[in-house]
Design a protein around this ligand. Structure first.
Ligand code: AP5
Ligand code: MG
Length: 219
């Protein structure tokens, strides 16, 4: 299946993507994770992306689109993929649709995680992420078994630079101004599926899998 995960910062896109990618056996492609890996490695892309990310604004479309359109043409995406954090603007969504059309493919569903702003701010304040596999934790609500260490791969957990309170508010503003329009864009195309992102993590995963399973039978 070819899926998009949509939702505001901190909605749980990355958290759900880990579960869905495992259950559906499709690669998890997160533009945020790709940018952060490039920043860590000091690449030219990382250097250009950093100032936008630190300011809570979007990395320009021309830097973002080719990363994804190249990535989805790789062999491991033959049976599908899960896009997390892309598209984030209408031009990105249009470029994605054009790239898929040229591959004779299309998106099967857009999973929209709904979470109110006050919950998001609380989640980001306690988030820790694995610097190796990118899995997300929360110091109070979803702690790792051993403090500061990832349950999955044993690497160190870190605080993301853009999780400072003022940057989180800026990211929410960017989401409302630039990304929320995609909800209407995908409703029009009959692809949008809404989910309550405030439930327990496994419950939301179950609901998503059940719903897209039913969709799949209808395709
Ligand atoms: P990106 O990395 O995509 O960040 P984001 O969209 O702001 O989303 P987050 O990763 O912060 O949150 P999430 O929804 O993945 O939530 P998570 O699962 O971690 O992008 C970063 C930046 O890169 C952007 O600001 C932009 O500058 C740039 N960028 C990326 N893509 C771009 C694009 N396409 N175009 C232009 N620029 C782009 O969960 C959050 C917390 O909540 C965690 O602590 C988690 O443990 C907890 N949690 C999750 N689910 C639950 C639950 N059900 N109950 C309780 N707690 C939960
Ligand atoms: Mg994420």
């Amino acid at each position: 299946m070819k899926l998009i995960l949509l939702g505001p910062p901190g909605a749980g896109k990355g958290t759900q993507a880990v579960n869905l990618s495992r259950e559906l056996q499709i690669p998890h492609i997160s533009t945020g994770d790709i940018f952060r890996a490039n920043i860590r490695e000091g690449t030219a892309l990382g250097l250009r992306a950093k100032s936008y990310i630190d300011a809570g604004s979007l990395v320009p479309d021309e830097l973002t689109v080719t990363i994804v359109t190249d990535r989805i043409q790789r062999d491991d995406c033959k049976n599908g993929f899960l896009l997390d954090g892309f598209p984030r603007t209408i031009p990105q969504a249009e470029s994605l649709a054009a790239a898929l059309k040229s591959m004779n493919a299309r998106i099967d569903a857009v999973i929209n995680l709904e979470v109110p702003d006050d919950v998001i701010v609380r989640r980001m304040a306690g988030r820790r992420v694995c610097k190796n596999c990118n899995r997300s934790y929360h110091v109070k609500t979803i702690p790792p078994k051993q403090e500061g260490i990832c349950d999955s791969c044993g690497a160190e957990l870190i605080i993301r630079d853009d999780d400072r309170a003022e940057t989180v508010l800026e990211r929410l503003k960017t989401y409302n101004e630039k990304t929320a329009h995609l909800i209407g864009f995908y409703v029009k195309r009959g692809l949008l599926l809404n989910f309550d992102g405030t439930k327990e993590i496994p419950e939301t995963t179950r609901e998503i899998l059940e719903t897209i399973g039913k969709q799949d039978n209808n395709l």
